[in-house]
Design a protein around this ligand. Structure first.
Ligand code: MN
Length: 208
């Protein structure tokens, strides 16, 4: 598994086979999502970063948007964000991983009352979000778990938060299989959370 903080220009290989998430995310959808959509973000980020001599460390750039020259800001946010958000998203996807018994599960229960209540709140946040964007579970600046949405390719690391879980709400994530049915896609996604990785991200975030 690649390290998300060290992501450069390259399109990272998916950490699983294209058909590994069937039937919830099918092979064709994954090939297009990764090989076309994500690749375009990675390529365009490279273009912007090279043009403005920003280096290739997308994590550091997104974390310090205030240091980006204004003429490159939109490109870094949209393409760097798109590149990083997708690379992060792939790492938290895996079929049939149990959430019980992990530190992050205990924290979720403490913060939201129960796993079910958390799932309900996250589902509401994602299904009622208007337009293109993402729903995230982050460790916020106070060190608390929080469910947030971001528009377009905006990334929570730009506002000092530590993402530990996310869901892509762009239509390109679900149009092939689910057509316009975002709710069905969200429901299916609950079977695909790699709680081992989410727990790793959580443990790292609370140490910061
Ligand atoms: Mn996407």
């Amino acid at each position: 598994m690649y390290k998300i903080e060290e992501l450069g220009f390259e399109l990272p290989a998916l950490p699983f086979a294209y058909n590994a998430l069937e039937p919830h995310m099918d092979e064709e959808a994954m090939k297009i999502h990764h090989g076309k959509h994500h690749k375009t973000y990675a390529d365009k980020f490279k273009e912007v970063a090279e043009k403005h001599n920003l280096g290739n460390k997308v994590f550091d750039l997104l974390k310090n948007l205030n240091k980006i020259p204004s003429e490159a800001l939109k490109g870094v946010k949209n393409f760097g964000g798109g590149h990083w958000n997708h690379a992060f998203f792939w790492t938290i996807l895996k079929k049939d991983v149990e959430h019980n018994g992990k530190e992050v599960s205990k924290a979720i229960e403490k913060r939201f009352g129960s796993y079910e209540k958390f799932a309900e709140l996250f589902t509401t946040a994602s299904s009622t979000f208007f337009g293109s964007g993402w729903t995230w579970l982050v460790v916020n600046q106070k060190g608390e778990l929080e469910i947030i949405n971001s528009s377009n390719q905006d990334c929570p690391i730009s506002t000092g938060q530590h993402p530990i879980l996310c869901l892509d709400l762009w239509e390109h994530a679900y149009y092939l299989k689910y057509r316009n049915m975002r709710a069905d896609y969200i429901k299916a996604w609950w079977n695909l959370i790699n709680w081992d990785m989410v727990n790793q991200y959580f443990m790292k975030a609370i140490k910061k």
